[in-house]
Ligand binder design. Structure first.
Ligand SMILES: [Zn+2]
Length: 370
């Protein structure tokens, strides 16, 4: 492990796309003396790169069809200065990750993070992100058990990580995406109550709230409940490999509520901040934990209503972003170098960060130099 750690470069390869230089170009890389011990992969469903890098959209935030109170919404999230604007919307990403980590996917610099599957919707996106494969058979959002194995399932099979892997999600399809029965990983999803002995007070309260106080239970649980579920479990059990999947950004976008889409993104940023602060003030996790933050798919951008949609026929659905912070990540901030990270390689990147090699994954955009 030590030798591997010393030899491994943690690198996001950037396939250089500028015709001026044909050679592959990488962000500045440093050898890592110590790799990360814990990985937290955190997603918010269908959130666009446009808002990550540019903040609120001027047309949509001023359109009363999508934003009920433009004046108030602009006090919260608007500035004429794009850098101030994005910081107002996602303060943790721009105050902390931009200083201590990396943000990828700003097309203004031809820096791209892209979905490889042809569908541009959730199940194929999560399959690609979590299993490192694009599977033509994964082409629906229906509750079908996934034949592909996620990196969490693979790690959970190893003695080192057994019972150190857990997932918490708002969308109730994840038990199928993870193939819960086969994988054996802990997963709390949708409005399923937290199970097990010796529940914390917080877990008991969560069960009470979601079973008794939420009247209309849809397929996506309130993100706040998913956050509480994750936080309580993490503080009690200290898992090393964690996935948290939030879902309300996509729900509000489909409903055409740009104001709520922004508010939910801002809430997502607050979840990240709270969790990072917890991790960095906890002896078990401090300076040993890496966050990878991303999304399952993009959404439309070409005309004013296309932001509500995504899918194979909506341009923009394959354009995503990623943010990373932790001991495995060189603090380069916003990456302004042309290049591409593919969604299907993110799981391999994560496994590499643990000082391991996922031999089953594709080999096309990551390097592990020996
Ligand atoms: Zn959607």
């Amino acid at each position: 492990m030590k030798i591997l750690a010393a030899l491994l470069f943690l690198a996001v390869e950037l396939n250089f796309v500028s015709p001026a230089e044909q050679q592959p170009k990488y962000p500045q890389l440093e050898k890592q003396d110590s790799l990360t011990e814990n990985i937290f992969l955190i997603t918010t469903d269908g959130f666009r790169w446009n808002e990550i890098f540019n903040g609120a959209d001027s047309l949509l935030i001023n359109d009363k069809e999508y934003t009920k109170d433009p004046e108030l919404c602009k006090l919260l999230y608007w500035s004429d200065n794009p850098e101030e604007r994005r910081k107002k919307l996602m303060p943790f990403l721009w105050n902390v990750v931009a200083v201590k980590g990396q943000l990828l996917g700003n097309r203004e610099f031809n820096n791209e993070v892209n979905v490889s599957n042809i569908f541009g919707f959730s199940y194929p996106g999560y399959n690609e992100l979590l299993t490192g494969t694009t599977d033509i058979m994964v082409n629906t959002n229906r509750k079908l058990n996934n034949s592909n194995q996620s990196f969490l399932e693979k790690l959970n099979k190893e003695d080192r990580y057994r019972n150190k892997v857990a997932a918490f999600t708002s969308w109730d399809v994840f038990p199928y995406i993870f193939n819960e029965k086969r994988s054996g990983i802990v997963i709390n999803s949708g409005y399923k109550n937290v199970e097990g002995k010796d529940l914390t007070e917080g877990q008991q309260k969560l069960n009470t709230v979601q079973s008794q106080l939420v009247n209309e239970k849809k397929s996506t649980r309130y993100d706040m409940l998913t956050f509480v579920s994750a936080k309580e479990f993490i503080d009690k059990n200290h898992p090393e490999i964690v996935y948290i999947g939030f879902g309300e950004t996509d729900e509000w976008a489909h409903s055409g509520r740009y104001d709520m889409y922004l508010k939910q993104a801002n809430q997502f940023d607050k979840f990240l901040e709270e969790l990072w602060y917890y991790v960095q003030t906890n002896d078990i996790y401090k300076n040993k934990t890496t966050f990878i933050i991303t999304t399952d798919h993009g959404r439309g951008y070409e005309y004013e209503s296309s932001w509500k949609r995504h899918g194979p026929l909506t341009p923009g659905s394959k354009k995503i972003w990623a943010a990373m912070i932790g001991p495995g990540i060189v603090p380069l901030g916003e990456i302004k170098v042309a290049g591409e990270l593919k969604q299907k390689n993110i799981s391999r990147l994560l496994v590499n960060m643990l000082g391991k090699e996922d031999k089953t994954a594709t080999n096309d955009t990551l390097i592990a130099v020996k």
